[in-house]
Design a protein around this ligand. Structure first.
Ligand code: GLN
Length: 508
């Protein structure tokens, strides 16, 4: 009886999802554990391994793959009693910003049905599933923005935790030094509820941070929360990074600027100090991110060789079977989609002997200065690096003059029309897709917690707060308002995830 009920539930979910394409597989077996998450239905991005359902990563390379085990995050959620309802669509191996690079087809943004818009990527299926009310929460992965960007486009909350807090054991790697697992839901409280059960040290993941650092970060976060009264934001110091209002944003989306202005006025009226800050290396972050992510991606994906692992495309008659490299190339050029092949080529080039110094090493240097920028503005020290960094390369923090959190728009625009970005239009300038990540990659390069919360997009405007970039346009009726959602991001120092979530609760 229970089983029949469960498979009926799967059929109903399947039919509700037909117009969004958010899911790629559905659970039809009933949950077994009793626990604190019993009331919560959760969807999992399809790059998170599950023993009961396929894990395709949106790729032909893994279309028949079934993991022999559950990822640690899945195990933890099941132990807490969560009901896993299915797996969600994503860009192939997490590479993309629009969820258009998937063998399962694009995800349709459920926010409104009067135009076909992208859900954002790469965790587009997870964001759309939450936005359409098909599940209470969803796990996604965020390497350079893949939770925050689709959350912003679909009008839901998306949280990328500090790097190293949530286990990546059983999560298919895109770029190991950047990959994080996070949560999407309709409100911050639900995100918080799910996050507390997956925020655990895992000895199976060598990048899982030890208890000592977690505890240090948590204590600093709570000290900051206690300094301002959680309800009113009194005394909270909010930094507005002037570089997060780039020309791409100011020229196309005045609705984003006006909404941010409105939000800042509200924050001020709740007692927060609004402090203009500068993160001067921001402009180099996007290029450094794409070099590092592609380099690590090319290395992580080298395991899909068609010989021991992943899809194998049988060579045509007359093929030279003595050449392993030809067999390898034959399978990989058919098993991987166009975007993934491009990243593998870029990444392999960046790691080649001729290019290594100029590209890969240079990008790593930029990564360090991006991190230093953050450490110079936060009042809270970076507990992860303060002990590991040598005295002479330590960055002097601002102390009490620093800020507790940073706030900036999550994206430079609202969700684009799918027809304009379809994978079929090959001549399209795909650099524009990369530019979507310009505001999300700095926190990724620095491993910082970042939360995207939907902003109110009312056109009732209030006077501009002081600052630089965001002051450029005077208030007035918002002509570019298209009625689609946009998110505001709250970013904190490493390990202060609880602080970021608490501020998020007040902001939403
Ligand atoms: N759009 C970025 C990329 O393609 C980020 C992806 C992600 O966070 N998984 O690399």
């Amino acid at each position: 009886m229970l089983r029949r009920f469960a498979s009926n539930a799967a059929a109903s979910l399947r039919s509700k999802d037909a117009s969004f394409n958010a899911f790629v597989s559905f659970t039809d077996s009933p949950k077994t554990e009793n626990g604190p998450l019993n009331e919560i239905s959760i969807a999992l991005k399809d790059n998170i391994c599950t023993s009961g359902l396929p894990t395709t990563c949106g790729s032909a390379m893994l279309q028949d793959f079934r993991s022999p085990f559950d990822a640690t995050v899945v195990k933890l959620l099941k132990e807490a009693g969560a009901q896993i309802v299915g797996k969600t669509n994503c860009d192939e191996f997490g590479m993309g910003s629009l969820n258009i690079h998937s063998i399962h087809g694009p995800v349709i943004n459920p926010f409104r049905n009067d135009s076909r818009r992208a859900a954002g990527g790469s965790s587009g299926g997870s964001a759309a599933a939450v936005a359409a009310g098909l599940c209470d929460a969803a796990l996604g992965t965020d390497t350079g923005g893949s939770i925050r960007l689709p959350a912003s486009y679909c009008g839901v909350v998306g949280f990328k935790p500090s790097y190293g807090l949530v286990s990546r054991y059983g999560v298919v790697s895109y770029a190991d030094s950047l990959d994080t697992v996070g949560v999407l839901a309709q409100d911050v409280q639900k995100v918080q509820k799910v996050f507390q059960y997956i925020n655990k040290r895992d000895h199976n993941d060598p990048t899982s941070v030890g208890v000592r650092y977690r505890e240090k970060g948590r204590v600093l976060a709570m000290e900051s929360v206690q300094r301002w009264d959680g309800e009113s934001l009194k005394g909270l110091r909010v930094g507005i990074p002037q570089e997060y209002f780039p020309s791409e944003l100011t020229s196309t989306s005045s609705c984003i600027l006006s909404s941010i202005r409105r939000l800042l006025v509200q924050l001020r009226s709740l007692g927060a100090f609004i402090v203009p800050v500068s993160l001067p290396s921001t402009e180099y972050a996007l290029s450094a991110y794409y070099v590092i992510a592609s380099a690590e991606g090319s290395s992580c994906l080298s395991r899909y060789d068609g010989i021991q692992y992943g899809l194998r495309v049988p060579p045509p008659p007359g093929f030279d079977l003595t050449s392993t490299s030809k067999i390898y190339a034959h399978t990989r050029s058919q098993g991987f989609g166009r975007e993934v092949r491009k990243r593998i080529l870029l990444g392999t080039y960046a790691l080649s002997a001729d290019a290594f110094d100029n590209f890969f090493l240079q990008a790593q240097r930029v990564r360090q200065i991006v991190r230093n920028d953050f450490d110079r503005v936060f009042s809270i020290e970076n507990v992860l690096y303060s002990e590991m960094t040598s005295e002479e390369s330590k960055v002097e923090g601002p102390g009490v003059d620093g800020v507790d959190v940073l706030i900036h728009p999550s994206t430079i625009r609202t969700a684009p029309h799918l027809d304009n970005v379809s994978d079929a239009s090959r001549e399209r300038d795909t650099i524009q897709d990369y530019v979507q990540d310009v505001l999300t990659v700095p926190a990724s390069l620095s491993g910082l917690p970042a939360l995207s919360v939907p902003m109110q997009t009312s056109s009732s405007l209030t006077p501009s707060p002081p600052g630089k970039g965001y002051q450029e346009q005077a208030g007035g009726e918002d002509k570019n308002r298209d009625g689609w959602p946009i998110g505001v991001s709250i970013v904190g120092q490493w390990g202060t995830d609880e602080l970021v979530l608490r501020v998020g609760q007040v902001v939403e």
